[in-house]
Design a binder for this molecule. Structure first.
Ligand code: AHR
Length: 654
């Protein structure tokens, strides 16, 4: 009897026990979500970037109005952008843009291709050059799909080819259009290559007199991140995942509150089948397919173990970008605010609602019956704090709190580290008792070094801080070190700073609208910056308890910085040292209050040339270097010039 009770106890214990929690007494609990990421579709971060779709303008919805001619005067953006005709002299084919009886009213345009004369060399058709060329990888398979209907002719064959820049066919497949109604056709293309091929394109050829309607022409690598259908580019997503971010903020940035009220990001338009999503111009002057939409964002968060942190406009648009009116904030009319707020409530239901709820059902239809566990919503993005903002912000917060008291709201405080909007934004957040306030600042590295103590004096009883956007205006090692030094201050104040995210995250080389960014990429490769490695060092070495009296550093130097945290899940003690100067300097570490340290520790150092940049052409990249370290109860650590060092020391639980 006793024995079976003991077995039951073991079984129950192993079912219900949480990871061992232990931290030395005497520390200050800090946020375990401090380091996360900020994702915004600017710099071609989504279409042509993280979203793995290789066909540009797959749905013929690009439009000249996507681009503001005041900003980009050389624009030749149109419904057939990225598409061209493929023909030989003896063949005749024409294309036109049509809009009657589309696949779905949200996706109103499609291409009609009429083949009048096939010619002698294999047909006539169309080519898509992708996002400035398609890279076809060795050992990769490609999933092609398309919606078509035969308007004239029956059983119309279509040849699908991937061709290199000299038109050499890399792989080919054949489909037969056997319906006069819209129908989705698919093929897997498996090129057999010795090496990756850059600047390839997709060609569709018609070899029979016919008239064919085409839409949603799509090509994805089979290997997307976590093999998700409609998924993300693997190498980019893996680089982001390697940051181990505690949270992902999306979809912006300015993109969230949009260029005028009609351009406010509407999450409902971004879910469901991709052919039924409403596409729109991007505040950053290009087109958004929304193939990477809210479902995909939540899925990505889950896949990388991060908390989702969506930011919704506070019923007002971006004050800086309204192209229709020239300048200024536009507001959702008061009579539309109830519906606007209902859309936010529906988002909570989409994420957390039961499988039988109206919006929970849509999550299930997308293949996700489990909830996404939405906990936080940001309301507003660095808005001008006008009376119009205030009234809408208040209405939104009140209704969400009444309906979903467990959802934590994050307010906004303008685009700068101080000033009128900063003060008014904080006031609104305090008045409405939100959980945290989103601060943004892009400053010189010297500013960061002069403001290491920024949060030391923040109230511990007011809303917490979400440092939602920050960067030190450069990708040199010195910039990254200034950010690292500042981040030790975030850790020290991790009781009031709940979240922090460097911004922006991604930039496509050649399409960069905002510099600096954390990760650069092109169609072939990913180039993490030195700033990226600093973010990673801090993120993978997060703690839950901060200790202020462990590291003794030269009090006269205002630039040196250090911190000591412990991760209560593992018991690991993590020491960080930042030296943004040209002098080697020593700090003394006293770990005597931690009684059970294990001497075999690891040291990771990122150091180098102050002006070094990990640009694509750079041969000598500045990378973190890990080595063994012998930790003792008390030791001196010599900080190399221009360096950040992390020492991770294991402790014994008993
Ligand atoms: O991060 C780039 C932009 O900077 C964001 O869209 C905006 O919020 C800020 O001004």
């Amino acid at each position: 009897m006793k024995q079976s009770f003991f077995i039951l106890y073991i079984v129950l214990f192993s079912f219900f026990s949480v990871p061992t929690v232990f931290a030395q007494k005497g520390g200050k609990p800090i946020s375990d979500k401090l380091m996360g990421i900020f994702f915004e579709d600017l710099n071609y971060a989504a279409d042509g970037g993280l979203y793995a779709e290789l066909i540009q303008n797959r749905s013929f919805e690009y439009s000249p109005s996507d681009v503001d001619l005041k900003i980009n005067q050389n624009n030749n953006w149109h419904f057939f952008s990225a598409w061209s005709i493929v023909r030989e002299p003896s063949s005749i084919g024409t294309l036109s843009l049509e809009s009657s009886q589309p696949i779905h009213p949200n996706n109103p345009h499609y291409l009609m291709f009429t083949t009048s004369t096939v010619g002698s060399k294999g047909g006539v058709g169309i080519r898509n050059s992708g996002f400035n060329g398609i890279t076809i990888k060795k050992n990769e398979k490609y999933n092609f799909s398309i919606f078509m209907k035969a308007v004239l002719g029956e059983n119309v064959p279509v040849i699908i080819q991937l061709v290199d820049k000299d038109n050499k066919v890399l792989v080919e497949s054949k489909l037969v259009i056997d319906s006069a109604d819209w129908k989705k056709y698919s093929a897997t293309l498996s090129p057999n290559l010795d090496a990756d091929i850059e600047n390839a394109s997709l060609v569709l050829l018609f070899q029979k007199k016919s008239k064919v309607a085409l839409d949603m022409v799509s090509l994805f690598p089979e290997n997307t991140f976590k093999n998700r259908p409609n998924g993300l580019r693997k190498d980019l997503a893996e680089t982001i995942a390697a940051l181990k971010p505690a949270f992902v903020r999306f979809p912006g940035g300015c993109l969230a509150h949009g260029d005028g009220v009609d351009n406010i990001y509407s999450w409902k338009r971004t879910i469901g089948s991709v052919e039924q999503r409403f596409e729109d111009r991007n505040i950053w002057n290009y087109h958004q397919s929304f193939g990477l939409g809210y479902f995909e964002y939540f899925q990505f968060c889950e896949d990388i173990g991060a908390i989702p942190l969506p930011v919704i406009a506070a019923g007002v648009s971006c004050q800086n970008s309204s192209r229709s009116k020239g300048t200024g904030q536009e507001c959702v009319p008061m009579e539309d605010m109830d519906q606007y707020i209902q859309d936010i409530l529906d988002l909570v239901e989409y994420c957390n609602g039961s499988v039988s709820s109206t919006w929970g059902k849509k999550r299930v239809e997308a293949g996700h019956s489990k909830p996404f566990n939405l906990e936080y919503i940001g309301i507003g993005n660095e808005d001008k704090i006008t009376p119009e903002f205030n009234i809408r912000f208040k209405m939104i917060c009140k209704k969400i709190k009444e309906t979903y008291p467990n959802i934590k709201l994050i307010g906004t405080s303008g685009p700068f580290s101080e000033g009128e909007d900063f003060d008014l934004g904080w006031k609104a957040a305090k008045d409405d008792k939100v959980t945290a306030v989103d601060e943004h600042f892009y400053k010189k590295p010297t500013w960061f070094l002069e403001n290491l103590n920024r949060y030391d004096s923040y109230s511990r009883t007011a809303p917490k801080v979400y440092l939602g956007e920050y960067a030190s205006q450069g990708n040199k090692l010195f910039n990254a070190l200034a950010e690292a030094a500042f981040m030790t201050g975030l850790e020290r104040n991790g009781d009031v700073v709940e979240f922090a995210s460097y911004a922006p995250l991604l930039a496509k080389i050649g399409f960069t609208q905002w510099n600096p960014d954390l990760i650069y990429f092109d169609n072939n490769k990913v180039y993490p910056t030195i700033n990226y490695y600093v973010q990673q060092l801090f993120s993978v070495n997060r703690g839950t308890v901060y200790f202020g009296d462990i590291i003794d550093q030269d009090k006269n130097s205002k630039e040196l910085a250090s911190s000591c945290v412990q991760d209560s899940k593992t018991g690991d003690i993590i020491l960080k040292f930042v030296n943004p100067t040209d002098k080697v300097t020593t700090m003394t570490v006293d770990l005597k209050s931690f009684k059970k340290i294990i001497s075999n520790a690891t040291l990771t150092v990122l150091s180098g040339n102050k002006d070094g940049v990990n640009s694509p052409k750079e041969k000598n990249l500045t990378l973190p270097v890990e080595s063994d370290f012998k930790a003792t109860n008390s030791f001196d650590y010599k900080l190399p010039a221009y360096s950040v060092s992390v020492i991770r020391i294991k402790t014994r639980n008993k």
